[in-house]
Write a protein that binds this ligand. Structure first.
Ligand SMILES: C[S@@+](CC[C@H](N)C(=O)[O-])C[C@H]1O[C@@H](n2cnc3c(N)ncnc32)[C@H](O)[C@@H]1O
Length: 257
């Protein structure tokens, strides 16, 4: 039986991200990483690369304060951001409320651990956005054209069930484009300072592991490759001084037939 002081990684993560939400956007490296993730998504997703993004309904897993979402939303038709931290979702919602016309925003947020494509909260958010753009109840349950997720997979205890949920959340022809830092060996561990490692399920994503999972889920056109490199300051540890390191980031791609 779990002791009173034993917390699940989800609880540890929620506590960490609730505490960090207010200052999240003031970290220049975090901002830089979402800018690079956006550039990668714009490059790798054919509809976006070809300027056809305005037909895309997007689901984002681990949207946080909306750093990536706010940059991606102008390029697509709609974006539903899902996150398990209410602090992060509150920060995101405040940014939407501060937009010139928040009632017309093409973004909505959901504070849930999404375990099925028909999750009622996600369905409700997708329905609200569809109503806002004048659609009435067609194509239910709602499915998406694109699922993105940045710097979230390394927090997820089991990637395979999540990626199966993402598969089921897609329309036929829909794609995933998932970005996170690569596990390129023990050198990847300092990506997080020691104080933030507790809720980290894996020190980056192993290229082969992600490819096998995406492939095994039933996706076509599976590719996992380096999308960009992020330079990040890491703390002094184990005799190594404080220094800057280059961290490779992967993009995991697949299309539902
Ligand atoms: C490192 S932050 C990245 C946030 C955002 N994508 C960004 O780049 O600024 C990871 C986010 O994933 C969320 N998260 C962790 N596990 C999750 C899960 N299973 N489902 C949805 N969100 C999750 C956390 O609450 C946190 O907001």
């Amino acid at each position: 039986m779990a002791s009173k002081t034993s917390f699940s990684s989800q609880e540890v993560n929620n506590a960490r991200f609730n505490a960090e939400a207010a200052a999240w956007d003031s970290n220049p490296t975090t901002v830089e990483s979402t800018k690079k993730a956006l550039e990668a998504i714009m490059r790798y997703v054919p509809e976006l690369a070809q300027g056809r993004g305005k037909d895309l309904d997007v689901l984002e897993i681990g949207c946080g304060t909306g750093l990536l979402s706010m940059q991606l939303a102008p390029h697509v038709r709609s974006l539903v951001g899902v996150d398990t931290s209410d602090g992060m979702i509150d920060a995101f919602n405040k940014k939407v409320a501060a937009l010139p016309d928040p009632d017309k925003a093409n973004m909505a947020t959901v504070n849930v651990l999404m375990e099925e494509a028909d999750d009622v909260h996600v369905q409700g958010a997708a329905a609200a956005l569809a109503t806002r753009r004048g659609e009435t109840g067609k194509d239910v349950p709602y499915r998406f054209d694109l699922v993105v997720s940045h710097l979230t997979l390394h927090h997820v205890p089991e990637m395979a069930p999540l990626i199966a949920t993402l598969f089921n959340s897609l329309k036929s022809g829909g794609r995933i484009a998932l970005t996170d830092y690569e596990d390129f060996g023990p050198e990847a561990i300092p990506f997080h300072p020691k104080s933030k490692r507790e809720g980290v399920e894996r020190h980056g994503i192993k290229r082969d592991e992600l490819e096998i999972i995406i492939d095994g889920t039933g996706f076509n056109e599976v590719r996992v490759e380096q999308a960009f490199v992020l330079r990040k300051e890491v703390e002094a540890e184990d005799g190594e001084p404080e220094r800057e390191m280059d961290f490779p980031f992967l993009i995991g791609l697949g299309q539902r037939s």
